[in-house]
Write a protein of this length. Structure first.
Length: 759
């Protein structure tokens, strides 16, 4: 860079003017000498002035050269610096991690750096000439180039690579002017990782905000710095109420200092602790939590804070308590079950042993619960169980215990029995109370119970033995009759052993051909002719001998073996009918008893159909006798079964009529052919006036409904004559015939009087 020429010329002119002016004054200065001397002085002055002017010119030139050289040096230095700066900027733009682009004022790309080529995947010649808008991903925010200014603009959008992949970018745009031409300078920064990190943080914050577990974070001094919403929901404390305080504010009084010291020691040792503890809510309620506490460390391993995560266990604890209660209590009645009852009884026995007292164990069985459930529904059955449980627990002393064994069986333990007379009074009142009618859903319902009693220490010294022997006594009470009580005795053990032996042998009676049928005639009361018979089951065991039906049939019903035995009876009857018919005998309808257990068996109807189909016997040649109790307690299921049997041609009869306790109005709903008057009403005829009236009423009722009446258990001529005169249609009993084997009953079918065959 050179200085302007006028600067040295101006300086030289100033020098010349100064010198000339000085010379003029010297020349015109008054002198004392002669004129010649004046001329010499003027000449000298002119020469001196000329020399000064020459010196001024040289000095001016030298000064000017110095200035020029200095300015040229400064210009060169500036050029070097500018060149270095341009090279540095070019290096920065070319190799910067951001995407640097130079565009014209219309947004067309003029040049890009190396990072942009890598990011977009285009070669340079393809990017050059491409509009910035062409790099924008579909649906992304558009660039408004009009907003780009010298001050610059920053915005976020999405660009796409050559392979179609999109990524988020932050664009910094600026308008620049070079030599009067406008350019756009853009720096795009790939912010995909930042966006992903922000998304992760957002998701993390969302997760923390929506976690059901409470979270609190403290600093290194255990001061709370952050909590999540679940913390507030669980504890009741707002964030502003806890931040700056320590978690000690949540401590309850359920733990001693040693507990918290152990937690601190575990965190110091391993940086972690978890376990169950009790905390306190804002409302002072103590609640259980499962808590995890972890130390937060920096890269140097120093503790910078603590993270605590806890779950409210209140509901789980309640559920566990409920599960524990259900595990130890009967689901219907809420009474202790067998396990808990034995624990309580064991404690009662320990107390009695210390005080030398007696303990009574009462085993209570609710009869016909299955029939109630089937006839009226399990809801009614459960209501009955609750009502019975309420009466069992009435007037219980603190030391007494009540429990449910399931299946309609209850146990009541009477502790500290003073004397047998007091116990007898307690049990008698309990029996009477349980026998009173129950009102279930607005209807009265009668139930019967049997109670067995065992005493400590006479009948046993441990819960298992006492319960077993009370159960044994209860079964003895059931055999005695309804609403009965039995105390345990040694004889009952023998009876139980006998029952076990019968159960074992009975399970194999069918396949071992130990069962047989005998037939007892039914006689027309008016003319004495045999009009039918009843097949009666007998069992002779090679080990136990002959066992009466009254003993083995109830056991067969209890163990479910009666279903298989019933199928055998039907098959044997049809086989015998075919045998009599093959012998040319005129057969009569054969009646077969059907138990409640058989009626509950869904496969009974199909089984009977299959047996008749194989034998060729017609349905009208058979009759089924069902007890009144079955009809009254089975409901709609029995109605459908009986209707089906009747529709297929079978005869149907109610056995032991009059011994039940249900409404006679049910008779109109069932397709019954005949009523069999229970033998208990026949025994004292015609001398018991009440039985006389009952029999006449039953006969009249049957005839009014179009039903035949049959009296069983007729053993005397007086009974027969009364029944005949009362209008009873048929009679059955020892007066006419004892039960006969099939070959002997064949003679009856030939016309020989049944009484003559029997004798």
């Amino acid at each position: 860079m050179r200085p302007p020429v006028w600067q040295p010329l101006l300086i030289f002119a100033l020098f010349v003017v100064t010198i000339v002016t000085a010379s003029f004054f010297v020349w015109t200065w008054p002198a004392s000498g002669i004129n010649g001397m004046l001329q010499i002085d003027a000449l000298v002055a002119g020469v001196i002035a000329g020399l000064f002017i020459l010196g001024a010119a040289v000095a001016t030139y030298l000064w000017w050269r110095v200035v020029v050289v200095r300015l040229e040096a400064e210009g060169y230095e500036h050029h070097v610096r500018q060149l270095a700066l341009e090279r540095h900027y070019d290096c920065f733009a070319r190799y910067a991690n951001d995407l640097v682009m130079l565009l014209d004022e219309h947004g067309t790309i003029l040049d890009v750096n190396e990072r942009a080529l890598e990011a977009y995947g285009y070669p340079r010649h393809e990017l050059q000439g491409m509009g910035l808008a062409a790099l924008r991903a579909p649906g992304a925010a558009a660039e408004d180039l009009g907003r780009w200014s010298v001050g610059g603009v920053v915005y976020e959008t999405e660009h796409h690579r050559r392979n179609g992949a999109t990524f988020a970018v932050e664009v910094s745009g600026r308008r620049i002017e070079i030599d009067g031409r406008v350019f756009l300078h853009a720096i795009a920064r790939d912010i995909s990782e930042r966006k992903h990190a922000e998304e992760r943080l957002r998701l993390g914050a969302t997760v923390l905000d929506n976690l059901q577990e409470g979270i609190l974070v403290t600093d290194g001094r255990a001061r709370i710095i952050s909590v999540n919403p679940a913390f507030t929901n669980i504890t009741g404390y707002r964030p502003d109420e806890v931040i700056g305080r320590t978690p000690r504010m949540l401590r309850s009084d359920r733990h001693d200092p040693a507990f918290h010291q152990a937690i601190a020691a575990a965190i110091r040792a391993s940086g972690h602790w978890q376990g169950e503890m009790w905390n306190r809510r804002k409302n002072a309620e103590v609640f259980p939590v499962w808590q995890t506490i972890s130390a937060i460390r920096d890269p140097m391993g120093r503790v910078t804070g603590y993270l605590s995560i806890f779950s409210d266990l209140t509901e789980r604890k309640s559920a566990e308590d409920r599960i524990s209660h259900l595990a130890q209590h009967d689901a219907v009645t809420g009474l202790p079950n067998r396990g808990l009852l034995q624990e309580k009884l064991s404690s009662a026995l320990i107390h009695a042993r210390k005080n030398r007292a007696q303990v009574a164990v009462l085993y209570i069985d609710l009869e016909r619960l299955k029939e109630i459930n089937d006839a009226l529904g399990h809801q009614v059955g459960d209501a009955v169980l609750k009502a019975v449980a309420a009466r069992v627990t009435e007037q219980m002393r603190h030391s007494d215990i009540a429990g449910s064994m399931g299946g309609g069986e209850f146990v009541k333990v009477i502790a500290d029995v003073a004397n047998p007379a007091v116990l007898d009074g307690i049990v008698a009142r309990l029996l009477r109370r349980l026998a009173e009618p129950y009102e279930i859903d607005g209807r009265p319902l009668n139930v019967t119970v049997s109670i067995g009693a065992a005493l400590y220490p006479d009948d046993g010294a441990d819960p298992v033995t006492l319960l077993r022997r009370a159960d044994t006594a209860m079964h003895q009470a059931k055999e005695t009759g309804r609403n009965a009580l039995s105390y345990f005795s040694a004889e009952m053990e023998r009876h139980v052993s006998e029952r076990v032996a019968i159960e074992s042998a009975l399970r194999h009676a069918v396949e071992r051909n130990e069962l047989k049928l005998v037939y007892q005639a039914k006689v027309n009361a008016a003319n004495g002719r045999v009009v039918g018979c009843e097949a009666l089951l007998r069992w002779t065991s090679p080990v136990l001998g002959e066992i009466p039906p009254s003993k083995f049939v109830p056991i067969a019903e209890d163990i479910g073996e009666i279903v298989r035995i019933g199928e055998w009876v039907v098959a044997e009857v049809t086989r015998q009918i075919r045998a009599w018919q093959a012998a040319g005998l005129a057969t009569v309808p054969v009646a077969v008893n059907v138990s409640a257990v058989q009626f509950r068996n869904l496969g009974m109807l199909s089984s009977v159909r299959a047996i008749l189909a194989d034998s060729g016997v017609r349905a009208m040649e058979m009759e089924f006798e069902v007890t009144e109790g079955v009809l009254m307690l089975q409901g709609e299921a029995t109605q459908r079964t009986l209707d089906t049997f009747k529709a297929e041609g079978f005869r149907l009869s109610i056995d032991d009529f009059g011994s039940g306790y249900s409404s006679l109005g049910y008779l109109r709903n069932f397709p019954i052919d005949s009523l069999k008057i229970d033998r208990s009403f026949v025994t004292d005829l015609p001398f018991d006036q009440s039985n006389v009236e009952i029999v006449r009423a039953v006969v009249s009722l049957g005839h009014s409904l179009g039903l035949k009446t049959i009296a069983e258990g007729v053993e005397t001529k007086e009974q027969y004559e009364f029944l005949r005169d009362a209008g009873c249609d048929e009679v059955q009993g020892y007066l006419f015939s004892r039960p006969l084997p099939a070959e002997q009953f064949a003679r009856v079918l030939t016309g020989v009087p049944a009484a003559a065959v029997a004798h």
